[in-house]
Design a protein around this ligand. Sequence first.
Ligand SMILES: Cc1ncc(COP(=O)(O)O)c(C=O)c1O
Length: 404
Amino acid sequence: MFLLAPLSLCKQKRFIINQMDNKTIHKILTVNDHRIPMVIYDVDVIKRQKTSLDNLFKNVVKKFTIAYSYKTNTALGQTMRDLDCSFQVTSINHLRQVKQLTNKKPFKIFFNSRNLTKKDLKEVIHGGVHLIINSRSQYDMVQELATKQRQKLQIGVRIDTKSLPKNTFFKTVNTGLGLDYQEFKGLPRKSKCLEIVGLHAHIASQNTDLLSIEKGIKVLSRIFEQNNFNFRYLNLGGGFPIQYKNSVPTIKSFAEKIIPAIRKIQKPNPSLEFIIEPGRYIVGPAGYLFARVNDIISNHGKIDVAVINCSVFSSVRDRILSGYVIELPCVVFKKQKIETKKYLIVGSSPSSCDTFGKYVLPKIRIGDILIFSHAGAYCLSNDDFTGVEKPQEFVWTGNHLLPI
Ligand SMILES: Cc1ncc(COP(=O)(O)O)c(C=O)c1O
């Protein structure tokens, strides 16, 4: 019998944080061992995560929409479409990809980008996509286009609530993501061609600070109360955290902060739609990265180094994004329990930054398989990360610039 044996879980038969059991993993590896390194997404986990959000919010508001944050994992776009999700998109490249997703049921696309050009704007608007503006100059650009085309456009506004979460490495405050309260108040109240129909605020990814959510919603509530707009939706973005190594507040505790505020905002607007844009919470726990140990270098009394056949640059980009704070849970797929040892796990590139983290694991040998869980968010499918255009590559020959 094979055993998944991280130190703290040695006695557990199940890979506790996720659902995949030893038998399933053994079955997968029997046929797919040669494919390692590989990532597997467990659709049941995705469904479970999505259902937990539905259960919390569906009965609170008449209209509840999950707009999946497509950039979190583009490979799971079709799966999310099949689960009837709408989408949140931050680049033109990703917008084009999302439009290709098939499913007969209608769905909404919310577009919000720091990098909105006039050309992109036309593509967004003509494609029937809902635009959420990010800055005053974006407002002016849309206004100019709508006036020129004699068109009445409905848009949303992203708000920088200035609520700075603690203990989170992905912060959006003061980073050019949204108008603050005063800037919002400075927007024209009435415009012939632009109608502001919704507010959007995404505070931070992997946000474990419940107080920051409360503070953020207070700012939004103030805008709802004090402004005479005909708001049709409130979009709270994503950011719901998942448990990597340290425990995080439950999704229920987030709902407990959010629901009373929505109820209050809803009172004068009973048909208000409530939208969230989760990414990590839904797909993160569903991903398993399988890697093989290709070398072990003993460091004479210091921590041993285990080299695996994949790299953080291409398989756990989130580790870099988080400033090396995020460490995915890892287990060894082994035949028997043996003594444990501490390892620095490094990737296959020569970069000193290619480190997966320090782990206490049952003694590993070359050829062993490591399985990292929670590898579903901001990890693998983001080679075109968030859809941003990749700079072209050239060589300079002294005379010419040659495209590669
Ligand atoms: C505007 C917006 N919405 C949603 C998300 C999804 O966040 P998460 O994957 O943490 O749920 C992000 C991520 O950065 C975002 O920028």
